[in-house]
Ligand binder design. Sequence first.
Ligand code: PAF
Length: 290
Amino acid sequence: MTVVLETIAAARQWVRTERTGGKSIGFVPTMGAFHDGHRSLFRRAREQSDRVVVSIFVNPLQFGQGEDFARYPRDFARDLALAEREGVDAVFCPEAGEMYPDALPLTVHPGKLGKTLCGPSRPGHFRGVATVVAKLLNIIQPDRAFFGQKDAQQAVIIQWMVRGLNFPVEIEVCPTVREPDGLAMSSRNAYLDSEERANATVLYRSLRRAEDLIRSGVRDVARIEQEMRDMIRSVPGAELDYARVVDPHALGDVKQIAGEVLVAVGARFGKTRLIDNLLAAPPRAVTSGQ
Ligand code: PAF
C-alpha cells in the first residue's frame, strides 16, 4: 500500500521512521502524469533502495507566463494507482502553499548553465527547477535521487547544485525511454494531435543523424548543427528552437568534436514545445559512461 504524504511534516516523519529502521531511501521527483519514463525511474529506484518515495508536485515556479501550468495534465488517482502497482512506498504530494508559504521565496539560481539550450526560451525555468529540487531534497533527504536523461540540462544543473551546495545525496541519471518510433516519452506528448505527433518524430531522427555523423568521424559541430536544423525546419509545422552540440558537463560550446558530446534539440509542434537529446562520441573517444 502506497502511503500518501501531503505535508512536509508528515513526509519528514515517515522518512525518519524508515531511517530509524535502517532503510535506505530512493527518491524520484515528478510533476505527475506518469508514463513509462517515470515507471523506469521508479524501477531503478526500487532496485537501488529499500524504500522508494515519489513526489508529485506541479511546480508553479518553473513555468513562465503563457506556459502550460494551468493545463499541465493532472490525474492524481491514476498516478497513485500506477505508483501502487510499481511498489512505490510513499507519494509526497504537497499543495503549492505548503511548498511556497512566502510570497517571495528564496530561490536557487543556476547561473550560466541555465542560460543555454532551453534557457533563452524559458527564462526563469531552471531557477524554478533548481529551487524546488533543493527543497524536495531537503524535505525527503534521500540517499539517492533519480532523474531522466531526457531533461539533460535539468540533470546537469541538479548535479551542479548538489555538488556546489554539498547535498548529501547521490544523483543518478537514467536513460530516456522512447516510443517505438523514437519519440521520447514526455507528459507533454499528450497535447499533440495526430499530425503533430507524426511531425515530432523529426527530433529523434535529427539526433540520430547527428550521432551517425559523429560516429563516422565528422568533427565539425557547425556542419552537424546545420544538418539537424535543416532536417527539423523541413518538417511543416515544426518550429525550431535549437539544435546544438555541446559539452555534456558544462553545456558549453564545442567547435571540433574530440570526446563525448551532448546533442540536444528543442522545437514546437503547434502549441507544444518538446525537447530531446542523446550523448554521442566520435570513434575511439573515451565516454563518461552516463
Ligand atoms: O522533471 C520534472 O518532472 C520536474 O522538472 C521536476 C524535476 C520534478 C521538478 O519540478
